[in-house]
Design a binder for this molecule. Structure first.
Ligand code: AMP
Length: 267
């Protein structure tokens, strides 16, 4: 760390299978810091017992090529057994933010996220850490944790990068078969419809919720809607009457694949 003295460090934690979303964070970190560090770690603590930990896409060879091309300075590849040594027992809970939205459907997920991010921030000691708006709840929880625990790092939230049909890029998109992939952009269209409706003057959340559910139900391949509504961007509470800055967010399942997306709206 001696070499780093006086230089700024930008850190981008990821779970790998890198796409343009991840790379946009890397580019931003490079632009704003002297040294760029990325990590790839598929964190077991954030997967539920029935979730996709073992089948989660891993492509370290291509990831390394992409990161080389982007000329990052350090790639951290933590070992599972070193991150969670025998007897590991310290976890971070960011209540009640962790219980909202995705937290309701993925119990323990954000406890795993907060814990691993805190560990990685302690290991890297960055000046700034970069996260995607796509995982909005994650950014709110991490900002809260950094403030509460005086972690002294700037959290930078970067815009969601999308495929040309609007689908938010995600490592999990590779699970989708041809038909499912064609249906998936309905999620982004639904957010746009909700955003347009709010901007046109509908400020009653129930009406927006109805419109979103209808848009999503249009596609038979959407097998479940976990949530689709309008939320306060800091407390993540569902709001009744829309005013000021709000967050439209939804999570759906297409077959076994869970997709999330969100859109901020400022009235
Ligand atoms: P993951 O590898 O899925 O844990 O993501 C690592 C980081 O990349 C997180 O901060 C994500 O929010 C961010 N990220 C993932 N997908 C996107 C995207 N489509 N656009 C921008 N950032 C993203």
């Amino acid at each position: 760390m001696h070499l780093m003295k006086g230089r700024t460090i930008g850190f981008v934690p990821t779970m790998g299978a890198l796409h343009e979303g991840h790379l946009s964070l890397i580019k931003r970190a490079k632009m704003e810091n002297d040294i760029t560090v990325a990590s790839i770690f598929v964190n077991p603590a954030q997967f539920g017992p029935t979730e996709d930990l073992e089948k989660y896409p891993r492509d370290i060879e291509n990831d390394t090529i992409k990161l080389r091309r982007h000329e990052i300075d350090i790639l951290l590849l933590p070992d599972r057994n070193l991150m969670y040594t025998n007897g590991f027992s310290t976890y971070i809970n960011v209540d009640p933010l962790s219980e909202k939205l995705c937290g309701m459907f993925r119990p323990g997920h954000f406890k795993g996220v907060a814990t691993v991010v805190a560990k990685l921030l302690n290991i890297v000691s960055p000046t700034r850490a970069y996260f995607g708006q796509k995982d909005f709840q994650q950014t709110v929880i991490i900002k809260r944790m950094v403030k509460d625990l005086n972690l002294g790092v700037d959290i930078v939230v970067c815009p969601t990068i999308r495929e040309h049909d609007g689908l938010a890029m995600s490592s999990r998109n590779s699970y989708l078969d041809g038909e499912q992939r064609k249906a998936a952009p309905v999620l982004y269209r639904c957010l746009n419809k909700a955003s347009d409706a709010i901007k046109s003057g509908i400020i009653n959340t129930e009406q927006i919720k109805e419109l979103m559910t209808k848009a999503l139900s249009d596609k038979a391949l959407i097998t479940q809607i976990d949530y689709a509504s309008v939320y306060h961007p800091e407390t993540l509470e569902e709001i009744k009457e829309i005013k000021g800055e709000v967050l439209i967010a939804a999570a759906v399942r297409i077959g076994d694949t869970r997709l999330i997306d969100n859109m901020p709206v400022n009235l």
